[in-house]
Each structure stands twice: as structure tokens, then as C-alpha cells.
Design a protein. Sequence first.
Length: 244
Amino acid sequence: MASVLVPVLYISIVITSLLVFSHFYRKRNAGKLYEPYFPSHPERDIYVSLLQKNDPPANETLLKSALVRRAMTDVGRVLRLREDKPALQNLLQKGSIGDDLWNSMLQAEKELEAEIMEVVAEANTFVEGWGSIIFQTANEMIANEKMRGVFENTASERARKEQKYGKIGKHIEIPTLQPVFMQGPPPPGASAPGVVVPPAAGAAKSVNGLVPPTGGRPESVASSDGEGLDDSSKSPSKKSKKRK
């Protein structure tokens, strides 16, 4: 009986110790302040300062612009978290990073969710239903700014590449192949691009794509009413009658 109680008692003590350690460890980490994943949010601070301005109060158009700029920053942070989270999770499983960075990212994710809800509520105070499309508008503005940046930097990029690689778009003249006339077909296995073979001597020439018959006299062409037939088309029986 004593041999059975000793292992059970040992296992119960180990499990109790692990539970107590886990409780105090989680409690300590819950009150621990991690380094913020995103250092600051200046667009949010600008909007709040404009909203609190009373003498004179800020214009409504200015407040809407500041709110849209704040939403643009939130969209950029959402995209960054979507890209960083799988990579950080993989590195955490491999032991390449500590728990501090991972917990900082999770904390930033929760703060961003609260920030999005706040932006939606603020947008609905200006126009009812604007909160459902404000982030779509912010995403379109981000894409527009990227395209405008590429367009504005085209001249500088072209000058930099011309300085690095030389003249861009230099015209290169390609010599044209002169036709080579030869008699008969080309030898077997040889390719002759651009070779023009003249017709053989005595060959019939085509007129408008029609080749005349090679033997006998050419037939006469009659009109639609049957006129214009040659005299040679008369039957020999009539000639014999005249001789008689």
C-alpha cells in the first residue's frame, strides 16, 4: 500500500508546484509593460488636438481630413501586422526571438482593434454610415499616393539609371536582308530566308492570278448574252454545206 501512495503523492506535488508557478508567472507578465510595437501614433494625436480646439473651433472639413489620415495610418499598421505575425510566430517556435517581442505584437494587435472601433465611431458622428466605408476610402488613398509617388519619381529614376547604365532607349539600326535570286529549289537541309525564285523560262505567266491553259488555242470569252464568239467556233458541218 505504501509503495502505491509514494508515486501518487510525488506526482500530485509536482503538478501542484507547476500550477502555482504558472499562476504567479502569468500574474507577473500580465502587469509587465512591454516595449510598444508601434512607437507612436501622430495622426491620432493631431485629430484629438483638433477635436479639443475650441477657440476658434476647427473646421469640419479639417476634422474629416485628419480622421481620414488617421484611418490611413491604421490601414498601414493592419497590413504590417498581417505580414509580421506569421514570421514572428515561426521565429518564436524556432527559439530565435523571445516572448517579449511576441507579447508586444499581441498587445499592439489589441490596441489596433480598439483604435479601429474608435475611428468607426468618430466617422459615424460626422455622417451616418461613413464608418463602414472610411477604411475603404483610406485604402484607395494609400494606393493613389503610391502611384503619384512613382509618377513623380520617374524623371529622377530615369536620370539615375542613365547615369548608371548609360543612354537609355538608344536606337539600334538592324541591317535588312537583301533578296537572293537563285534558280531552282534550295538544296536539301538548307534554309533560305528571303530567297525569291524567278519563274523558269517558257513558264506560263498568270494574269490576275489566273493561269491560261498550256495547250491549244485560248478559248474566247463570251459576254452574258452569248455575243462575241469567234468564227472558229462554228461547226464544220456548215462549212461543208457552203463548199457544196
